[in-house]
Design a protein around this ligand. Sequence first.
Ligand code: FAD
Length: 470
Amino acid sequence: PPILLWFRRDLRLTDHIALDRAVQTGRPIIPVFIHDEVVETYRAAPTWRLGLGVQHFAQRLASLGSRLILRRGTARLVLEQLVEETGADTVWWTRAYDPPSIERDEAVKSALTGQGLTAGSHPGHVLFEPWSVETKTGGYYKVYTPFWRAVKDRQVPEPLTAPSELRTPDEWPDSDDISAWGMGDAMDRGADVVRPYLTLGEEAAQARMSTFVRDRIDAYDDRRDFPGVDGTSGLSENLTYGEISVRSCWHAGLRAQADGKAGALDWLKELVWRDFAYHLVYHTPHLMTDNWRREWDAFPWNEDEELPEVKAWKQGRTGIRFVDAAMRELYVTGRMHNRSRMVVANYLTKNLMSHWKIGCAWFEDTLVDWDPASNSLGWQWASGAGPDAAPYFRIFNPVTQLEKFDKDRSYATRFLAELSDDPPDTALAFYEAIPKSWPMAPDDNYPEQPIVGPKEGRERALKAYNERDF
Ligand code: FAD
């Protein structure tokens, strides 16, 4: 009987453990993608990007003479139906660690195994299983550096190669047409503007990694903090949809390190931040929904998304150049540099005292590299409410941050049309990318003064912190 291979955020053929095991059985394989209850919860940009990734992956399977069967509905019901239609007795997938996916997968597993089928998950989404990294007392890690120390010397198996062929079933089950799913429908901003910035699919991801390791990893430690410089790998988009395996990245980093590339160690450390995010979301699922440190429940956050200053933050009109350039980068490219993510998150949650959940949800709407664990950790961390956060009273000054990390203003001018009489296309593209419901134009008056200045925001936040006696 055939094996149903259920693909989710693992849209690749290279270094795919479940696929490799399925190929080794010598049995026919039916690859499946389901627009299921978890996918239903994804917001605009991630749904759009996932749809493009699925389409691309379907073509990749087709190039091997295989197919990707597309179905929509509750995962358990769809898989039961497919088992019945195809006579499959085995369903395999790559393990996920975020709470909504775990809930879905447990329901699938117990229903299918209850019917006498083989159903289960294989590793592959992270380097180290979250339960395999334990403190001396058998607990989980709440701080990154000891987590890093615990894993850095572990042996990670070499990545697997892609299969050269997949055995096909005698008969294929029916497949939906992905265009009928409307995965781009909620993307009410200029998808055409964002599209050229995507790195879509496994082949492009691998090419991106090779160029990064060849040309940029050496100076990664010096250049990674400057948003105007192309100093990082840009692989988050591919890692989040599994178009490249983190294990392939890890080994590429190790090889670069062995070749004496100075920046490789720092890059390996960043890959472990991703694992740390999954470690935390697995052990403390409320990382995705509530203040990780419960004492922050008492903080007087603004929770009103409609507040003019929150709108100004989303639209890149706070009058703080670093923040505004970054928010526009997000709109134009679907991504944002890590330094900028820290700056805009700090400004929203500290200077504007708005709840991190507002920013977290906005990123979830707009990022093409949205990742359930890394985004939640990033926001909680930046706001002070999360694990291993900077002390709550550390409030970035976005003006001095710009001076330090974008001295020549190459980043600010690239995305902020108002800073120049002759703005580059990248800056003007923001106005093509915004939804129609935002009546904005490049010649509108850009605030001359920040809506909340760094000093004012800092004092207000510190006062609130002191009153609460955190
Ligand atoms: P590189 O610098 O080349 O790093 C390599 C890889 O390591 C990245 O692709 C990513 O997978 C991982 N990584 C790097 N930094 C981090 C980090 N701080 N936390 C977890 N993993 C990391 N990352 C996402 O992938 N998706 C998100 O939704 C996301 N939201 C964030 C929100 C906030 C508020 C903050 C502060 C950070 C967020 N990050 C998120 C982490 C980080 O900003 C991005 O991973 C990084 O900018 C991606 O660029 P890159 O691929 O060039 O990374």
